[in-house]
Design a protein around this ligand. Structure first.
Ligand code: FES
Length: 78
């Protein structure tokens, strides 16, 4: 059961949970803020739309293509 931090808050998820699913479980589900200030959320769930970009351990990643790992730091805000 991976324990991660989502925007600084601790969150435990089941093994095999994607970061996109963790966003839905541990927050309002949004992944980032657009240039116009709107919050954006995962849309396609298969690596196409790029709406699920988050920062994971300091690197930009697609939340829908990334499995949660123990100790992972996920940031949805700049
Ligand atoms: S939800 Fe579309 S790329 Fe991740």
């Amino acid at each position: 059961m991976p324990d991660l931090h989502l925007d600084g808050r601790p969150l435990s998820v089941a093994l095999g949970t994607t970061v996109a699913a963790a966003l839905a479980l541990g927050s309002d589900g949004s992944a980032r803020t657009s240039v116009s200030g709107q919050r954006r959320a995962p849309l396609c769930g298969m690596g196409i739309c790029q709406e699920c970009r988050v920062t994971i351990d300091g690197l930009r990643r697609l939340a829908c293509q990334t499995l949660c790992r123990d100790g992972m730091q996920v940031e949805t805000r700049p």
